[in-house]
Design a protein around this ligand. Structure first.
Ligand code: PLZ
Length: 450
């Protein structure tokens, strides 16, 4: 196999939708790439699945050895419309041949404005909205904080336990977990404070009780008169797919509005149909002041945005926001196409249907095995948290053993959680039921084997 010429297949939904292992994982060609990676790429850039990807689409990722793996991670919630979606590919190809860059701050172009218009339309809130585009989720978060500070003329920002907001300096400060995200990389940005999250499985509090606890902390330790914004993921992603108790987010939002504090929903991971609604804020009945988006927005092209109340978004002076590549025309063309797919191809409904399968299958595992402590999530964003059934302590070793076995057997799954004891499921919304079920069969047998 390793000596045979490998013709790189075209990706997208026409790839055979099957799990097919023709070598051990990693196969020889993948191993060769991983050796080059180890020699050439900084050690700090890790990887989950030890494969050399050559194509992807529908619900599979193909590697250089001819293995076809089931994709239950979407490149961390990015390829929700499907990898190499034909409409995204076509839009990108047309745009890239037209012009690749002018810099929107030098010579504006239509697709950037069209993305802003679409975001203003599809995000929750019936008020006038504006958007600004950036390159990554972290950059969107940084800019949301800048905008909130300028608007409120205050400085403090609150993030939450288990929160993840990025790897840049300000966003490292906002992110909760030390290893691997922060350790050794300080000093961190100032005026960032951390409030307790609602984590029903661990704290047993109702939403209003958890909100009261967080509000007491903000009032007593910071003071609303100093607080520009709170930033929160409606369902926490890297932190463990933590779904706050009912009433937690609405109570925080009400408090923010009563105290001139900007409420920023970080929907970088939850956005774009993932949770069975276009945005997770809708699932909880909240209308944030600002929303940060990235990941799913452009079918895999790097793009991010801040969207929100026009009067807040307009607080920053001209030239205060931007960046050379922010809202790159190729990424914007991809986003226009991807948003059309989200809206017109029933992907919200598809996320809900995927959620039904995920919840059913994982709850069946939980009923049969007390090491599955909790199954939680919304739509196609669902996770299982693994614990020691006698002590209730997080079981990170079991979690990583299951994930490793899944990958070795051709199913790409991702772990998460402050305690590293959560397996999260974020399949592309283009995956078929059969493939999804086969992937979950592999998860079940990996659990049974440990
Ligand atoms: N906000 C809610 O989930 C990115 C990155 C994981 P960027 N999460 C996945 C990793 O190990 O780097 C994320 C997120 C939320 C912000 C970000 C940051 O988005 O596009 O990675 O900068």
């Amino acid at each position: 196999m390793s000596n045979a010429a490998v013709i790189t297949p075209v990706g997208g939904p026409s790839l055979p939708q099957e799990r097919r292992l023709v070598t051990a994982i990693p196969g020889p060609r993948s191993q060769e790439l991983l050796e080059r990676k180890a020699a050439a790429v900084a050690a700090g850039v890790g990887h989950t699945a030890p494969i050399a990807a050559v194509a992807a689409g529908g619900g599979v990722i193909l590697d250089a050895d001819g293995n076809s793996l089931i994709d239950l991670g979407s490149g961390i919630a990015v390829t929700s419309v499907g990898n190499a979606h034909p409409k995204v590919v076509e839009a990108v190809q047309q745009q890239v041949a037209q012009f690749t860059h002018t810099c929107f701050m030098v010579s504006p172009y239509e697709s950037y404005v069209a993305v802003a218009e679409a975001l203003n339309r599809i995000t929750p809130g019936a008020f006038a909205k504006k958007s600004a585009l950036f390159n990554s989720g972290a950059e969107a978060v940084e800019n949301a904080v800048k905008i909130a500070r300028k608007y409120t003329r205050k400085q403090a920002v609150v993030a939450f336990d288990h929160g993840y907001h990025g790897r840049t300096n300000l966003t490292m400060a906002l992110t909760a977990k030390a290893m691997p995200y922060k350790s050794g990389f300080g000093p961190f940005a100032s005026e960032v404070y951390r409030a307790p999250m609602s984590y029903p499985f661990h704290d047993g509090l109702t939403g209003p009780e958890a909100a009261k606890r967080a509000i007491a902390m903000m009032t007593k330790q910071i003071g609303a008169e100093n607080l520009a914004a709170i930033i929160i993921e409606p369902i926490q992603g890297e932190g463990g797919f933590i779904v706050p108790a009912d009433g937690f987010l609405p109570a925080l939002l009400d408090w923010c509005h009563a105290n001139d504090v900007v409420f920023i929903a970080d929907e970088v991971q939850t956005g774009f149909a993932r949770t069975g609604a276009m945005f997770a804020s809708e699932v909880f009945g909240i209308v944030p002041d600002l929303i940060t988006t990235a990941k799913g927005i452009a079918g895999g092209l790097p793009l991010a945005a801040v969207t929100g109340r026009a009067e807040i978004m307009d607080a920053a002076h001209a030239g205060g926001l931007g960046g050379t590549y922010g809202g790159n025309p190729v990424a914007c063309a991809a986003a226009v196409a991807a948003i059309e797919v989200f809206e017109n191809d029933g992907l919200i409904e598809r996320a809900r249907a995927i959620g039904v399968i995920l919840q059913e299958r994982l709850h069946a595992l939980q009923a049969a095995d007390p090491r599955v402590g909790e199954v939680r999530g919304r739509g196609a964003m669902v996770a299982a948290e693994f614990v020691d059934p006698t002590t209730g302590e997080p079981d990170a070793a079991l979690t990583s053993a299951i994930a490793k076995q899944c990958i070795a057997e051709g199913v790409v799954v991702l772990t998460c959680g402050t305690y590293g004891n959560v397996i999260r499921f974020l399949p592309p919304l283009s995956i078929g039921d059969d493939l999804l079920n086969e992937g979950l069969d592999v998860v079940a047998s990996a659990l049974a084997a440990h």
